[in-house]
Write a protein that binds this ligand. Structure first.
Ligand SMILES: [Zn+2]
Length: 54
């Protein structure tokens, strides 16, 4: 399984579901960096949201 990571402009490395903030109340999921609130590209966020530390 290939692991997806996203380097946020704020310096945070987004790798797991808990690194993301899901904006509620929207039809399409709106993922943001947990630290700074910068939107994360949907395709990347979707992959990250399925990753959990084991
Ligand atoms: Zn960030």
């Amino acid at each position: 399984m290939t692991r997806t990571t996203y380097q946020c402009p704020c310096g945070a490395r987004l790798e797991f579901k808990q690194d993301l903030d899901k904006e509620p109340g929207t039809v399409t999921p709106n993922w943001k960096c947990k630290d700074c609130g910068t939107p994360v590209p949907g395709m990347t966020a979707e992959k990250i949201s399925h990753q959990h530390p084991s």
